[in-house]
Design a protein around this ligand. Structure first.
Ligand SMILES: Nc1ncnc2c1ncn2[C@@H]1O[C@H](COP(=O)(O)OP(=O)(O)OP(=O)(O)O)[C@@H](O)[C@H]1O
Ligand SMILES: [Mg+2]
Length: 461
């Protein structure tokens, strides 16, 4: 429900307008003059402020300036009985949505309010749509068809539909942030903000003001009011990364938010209600931290409403070929390489390695190999020493297919490419080895969009 602050020094005007707005379903608060309005906008974040222009000693223009300074997204409608067109235009220059001249009729007023609020929604929606386009996170960016990942993804699609707090656990590099974003982007909040805070990266004394905001003078260095990330995330999702690193004092405040939905800016007693969904992540064992007195047990249970535990890569080896192919494609585009491949030998090393750094490590290994591989084929030599040193099991015991989980078409394409690479793109030679005619090879190259690297007279005909 939209929250509106109504500012007018005339009681009768306030009463009439307030009643009108409430009947239309808005939540309305009143300020009896400019001074009171300034106090109220600091304590609370309104969607819309409707203010009289001519007031003493703080006038509507000043209210307008301060509202915009406190929160750019709050819309403002000014009204005045003394309106000259100039003061209305002046107000719009300062960022007011529009002005209305008293006396006005009820419908005209309500339509204006509705439009102002629509613009506010539209602006924040456009902003977040743009962000979304920039980082295309959705399920299609999440690779994996191991049972373990399937369970995770079905959990994500279920929790995305709710507003419940989610706690994502898993070793470093398993994709916690990716899953948090996917949860947001598949939720009704998808067009609103997704704000991340890495609790571990912030010193204890800054955590609270960063999260909840502060008022001017709350502590040395607080030279002006600051909006916290909770307000930035309003209507959207706040992702608390490395939640295990939050200070105990911050934990108390998080708990209060989870219990009552309210926060307090540092240096202020009045609570502010915010509509934010929390997703937290950690690679720490929170149970152990509770035992050590570093994490509040009550907060743990509040956060852990829906737990999602991400499996380590070593627990889902089936996903390795898919992940490798995924990153191969990404880095092929970036390094402008055409149809790169991973040789079966190199793939065996990838399959056998333990991946302590999980998906992130795998991604780095592929990126590095793409730069190192002299041709388009990643060979064991292009892999880091750590992988090559790892104890290799005989292939027969690993139960994994040399080509990974791929379709016949993909395998055929890869095999053709490998053969061509091996024989230096001599198509006659390659077709002999493959046991097909040169015409068939030529047709398959076209089918798979493979650019021949050498033109051969024998095939041009
Ligand atoms: N299933 C997956 N499919 C595709 N890419 C993935 C997958 N899981 C992780 N990634 C990629 O791996 C990298 C690391 O993932 P992410 O940052 O989400 O991990 P994390 O668990 O938050 O790690 P940390 O604990 O170190 O913060 C990112 O580039 C991410 O896009
Ligand atoms: Mg992370």
């Amino acid at each position: 429900m939209a929250e509106i602050l109504l500012v007018d020094d005339e009681k009768s005007v306030r009463t009439t307008l307030s009643l009108m707005l409430k009947r239309s379903g808005y939540q309305v608060e009143e300020a009896v003059n400019g001074e009171e309005a300034l106090k109220m906008i600091k304590a609370h974040f309104y969607d819309l402020v409707v203010t009289d222009l001519k007031m003493e000693p703080v006038d509507g223009m000043e209210v307008l300036r301060q509202v915009k300074a406190a929160n750019k997204t709050t819309e403002i409608v000014v009204m005045t009985a003394y309106s000259t067109v100039e003061s209305g235009v002046e107000a719009m220059k300062l960022g007011a949505y529009d002005y209305i001249q008293k006396p006005f009729d009820k419908d005209e007023f309500l339509i204006l309010i509705k439009k102002a609020l629509e613009r506010k929604d539209l602006i924040s929606e456009v902003e977040h749509l743009q962000n979304e386009l920039r980082e295309k996170y959705r399920f299609e960016n999440i690779v994996g068809n191991s049972n373990a990942m399937m369970e995770v993804l079905s959990m994500v699609s279920k929790v995305a539909k709710t507003d419940s707090t989610v706690l994502i656990t898993g070793q470093s590099g398993t994709g916690k942030e990716l899953i948090a974003k996917a949860t947001h982007l598949n939720s009704r909040r998808k067009n609103r903000a997704f704000i991340t805070i890495n609790c571990g990266a912030l010193p204890e004394n800054l955590q609270e003001s960063e999260l909840f905001g502060h008022v001017r003078g709350a502590f040395t260095g607080a030279i002006k009011d600051k909006r916290g990330l909770f307000q930035e995330a309003s209507g959207g999702t706040l992702f608390l990364d490395e939640i295990g690193e939050t200070a105990l004092s911050t934990q108390v405040k998080l708990l209060r938010f989870l219990q009552d939905g309210e926060i307090r800016r540092v240096g202020e007693n009045e609570p502010v209600y915010v509509d934010v969904r929390l997703i937290a992540a950690t690679n720490k064992d929170l149970k152990k931290q509770i035992e050590e007195g570093k994490f509040r047990e009550d907060l743990y249970y509040r956060l852990n409403v829906i737990p999602i535990d991400l499996p380590a890569v070593s627990e889902r080896r089936d996903d390795i070929p898919l992940l490798a192919a995924h990153f191969l494609k990404i880095y092929a585009e970036r390094t402008k390489k055409n149809n790169p491949l991973i040789s079966p030998d190199a793939m065996k090393y990838l399959m056998d390695y333990d991946w302590p750094g999980n998906v992130r490590e795998l991604e780095n290994v592929i990126e590095r190999a793409m730069i190192l591989a002299p041709k388009n084929v990643i060979q064991p030599d292009d892999l880091p020493a750590a992988l090559l040193e790892c104890e290799r099991k005989p292939v027969t015991e690993t139960q994994t297919l040399p080509g990974g989980d791929q379709t016949l078409e993909e395998l055929e394409k890869q095999h053709i490419l490998m053969t061509l690479e091996k024989y230096d793109w001599n198509q006659k030679k390659a077709s002999d080895i493959l046991g097909i005619s040169t015409t068939t090879l030529w047709r398959k190259l076209k089918l798979y969009g493979i650019e021949p690297k050498r033109k051969e007279e024998s095939l041009v005909a």
